[in-house]
Design a protein around this ligand. Structure first.
Ligand code: GYE
Length: 351
């Protein structure tokens, strides 16, 4: 009898330890499977990008937004998008809502250079990496992962190099009227400094006035109307030479196509034929309507500013989401279009 009990005890101990081993193995299989699932879910989790855009002030801006949505869809990245209607406070609000929502990455186009330190600190405290797009900011580099966009200084230089070459046989002075974009935006400062860096190598070039057109076509029109109002003579005829404060304007340097096209609208409204009337017009962006005006002889030079940031931005988003570092600066490829080109070679601009 004793032997039998001993045997049962022994068998039950074996059985219990088998069950225990089985349970341990089973639980660790479940556990590792859960871990693997969690890992797979994390890896396959759709990245969420919070993107704050400044508005839709130009065909360039609209294409910029499109390129970002297209690339996000192609890279299976979800976008939380905000259009700030040209207001910094709306951008600050949007970025704070992205932080609350706990997006994976924040990207924003800073309408102006200053005023981002606090919200960047909040994103940093929340562990959310930030990428600056299109325009630059004045903030400590440790506050954001990197910048992607255009080299505005080089765009300004390209506009000036065209002018210096165009006026190589021109006796001075060469009076320049500048139509600048949004004040305190890095892109205006960069384009203006690149342009001046080159023209200041020859004293015949003089910027006689710089007017802020806020990158808007309507403002370009207003500036044109302001200048051209004095072109209508008593007899109703118009002179083709444009003046500012009684100084003849030889060159219009406009910081974007929208303002330039607004200026051309004004010339047409004042029945001034922009073709061959002697004032050189240089613009930046290269949207289709501006290239058409170049081909039609209404403009002399258009410096490209490439709005297609989408694919490059998504590549950077994926990198920072994995905790990888990215280049401080990523510039887009850009070129220049002038009246001397073979226009047949032009591809459609897409914006
Ligand atoms: O030139 C203009 C837009 O920030 C580079 O903003 C961009 C500028 C572009 O309004 O069309």
């Amino acid at each position: 009898m004793k032997g039998k009990i001993k045997k049962i005890k022994f068998l039950s101990i074996i059985l219990c330890s088998l069950v225990a081993v089985f349970l341990v193995v089973f639980i660790s299989i479940i556990h590792s499977k859960n871990a693997a699932d969690a890992k797979a879910r994390a890896q396959n989790k759709k990245l969420i990008l919070g993107f704050s855009q400044i508005g839709s002030e130009s065909a360039w801006r609209t294409r910029n937004t499109e390129s970002i949505f297209e690339a996000a869809a192609e890279n299976d990245i979800q976008i939380l998008f905000d259009d700030a209607q040209q207001k910094q406070e709306n951008q600050l609000k949007a970025i704070r809502s992205f932080i609350v929502y706990q997006v994976d990455v924040i990207a924003f186009v800073p309408i102006v250079e200053d005023g981002w330190d606090n919200v960047l600190q909040e994103a940093k405290d929340a562990g959310i990496p930030v990428i600056v797009v299109d325009r630059k900011i004045k903030a400590n580099q440790s506050m954001y992962a990197g910048f992607i966009g255009e080299n505005g200084v080089e765009e300004g230089r390209r506009a000036a190099r065209y002018l210096v070459n165009k006026c190589r046989n021109t006796e001075g002075p060469v009076n320049i009227f500048e139509i600048a974009g949004t004040e305190n935006s890095s892109i205006v400062d960069d384009r203006a400094s690149g342009f001046r860096e080159i023209i200041n190598t020859d004293s015949k070039f003089r910027i006689i006035h710089s007017e802020n057109g806020d990158f808007l076509r309507s403002r370009g029109r207003e500036i044109g109307d302001m200048l051209l109002a004095s072109n209508v003579l008593e007899n109703g005829n118009t002179t083709n030479t444009i003046y500012y404060n009684k100084q003849k304007i030889d060159v219009i340097f406009s910081h974007n196509d929208s303002m330039t096209l607004g200026f051309l609208d004004s010339m047409e409204a004042h029945k001034i034929n922009p073709k061959g009337y002697g004032t050189i017009i240089i613009s930046i962006d290269a949207e289709q309507e501006s290239i058409d005006a170049l081909i039609a002889g209404k403009l002399n030079c258009v410096v490209e500013c490439n709005p297609n940031h989408g694919q490059m931005l998504m590549a950077l988003v994926k990198q920072v989401a994995k905790g990888e570092s990215i280049p401080r600066i990523t510039y887009n490829f850009e070129t220049v279009f002038t009246e001397d080109d073979n226009f047949d070679k032009y591809d459609p601009r897409g914006y």
